[in-house]
Design a protein around this ligand. Structure first.
Ligand SMILES: Nc1nc2c(c(=O)[nH]1)N[C@H]1C(S)=C(S)[C@@H](COP(=O)(O)O)O[C@H]1N2
Ligand SMILES: [Mo]
Length: 213
């Protein structure tokens, strides 16, 4: 018990010294669950994933087809607006950047923002620049195993900080939609669910952009 508390403090100190702890945050080893509403049921036969809006050709993939896409592993620090930070979390899934590089998704020049659409009409908005960056992933796995229902099974958007790359723009964790079903490319920004509720639109962890007002 005493040892584990000491170890926790040492770890927290190390992340602070390494410059990985944003202002107002504190270290957690747990993985809290936060969302509005119930956890949806997943039916692989009915599930699909759509990309539409400001793209050359809309995309509509079944669960089986989604699983054939090239995959990426990513280690990130995730920062929740409720003030917990979790370090070196391991994610696996499909990077939007990869889909663009392969020509599967071709954003039009007019595409500037992306709205993630999830079950029950939940949405989260991000600039295209962040969706195409290496720290945003369409994740199916966390820590080597499929996402738990609570954390967004079968698919979620996830965004975090890359430990050695402080220059990569990083928003708080709420900007990744759990139970994700599609991406809408947009010419203009459209506020998501939490942004409508008063959370900051940019949500930069280093600038502590938590609330809009
Ligand atoms: N579909 C959906 N995704 C969501 C939310 C939600 O309410 N619905 N909440 C967001 C918020 S506020 C946070 S902090 C993170 C929490 O992710 P976690 O439960 O895996 O920690 O999910 C985000 N994604
Ligand atoms: Mo949150």
């Amino acid at each position: 018990m005493f040892e584990s508390i000491q170890k926790r403090k040492q770890d927290e100190q190390r992340f602070i010294e390494e410059g990985r702890m944003p202002p107002g945050q504190s270290y957690t080893q747990r993985f809290p669950v936060l969302h509005y509403g119930p956890v949806p049921h997943f039916d692989p036969a009915k599930w699909d994933f759509k990309v539409w809006g400001e793209v050359e050709i809309p995309l509509n993939l079944t669960w089986e087809q989604f699983n054939e896409l090239p995959r990426t592993q990513l280690k990130m620090d995730i920062h929740c607006v409720t003030r917990w930070s979790k370090f070196d979390t391991l994610w696996e899934g499909v990077s939007v950047r990869t889909l663009v590089e392969l020509g599967m998704v071709k954003p039009l020049p007019s595409a500037k923002y992306v709205l993630q659409h999830a079950e029950y009409g939940f949405t989260a908005n991000l600039p295209l620049e962040i969706v195409l960056a290496e720290n945003f992933l369409l994740a199916t796995h966390y820590d080597g195993v499929p996402l738990s229902p609570d954390h967004g099974h079968p698919l979620r958007g996830v965004v975090g900080a890359i430990p050695d790359k402080p220059e990569v723009k990083t928003p708080y964790l709420w900007k990744g939609a759990k139970w994700l079903r599609g991406l809408e490319f947009l010419p203009e920004d459209k506020l998501g669910f939490w942004e409508e509720a008063g959370y900051h639109n940019e949500a930069d962890i280093w600038k502590e952009q938590r609330f809009a007002r």
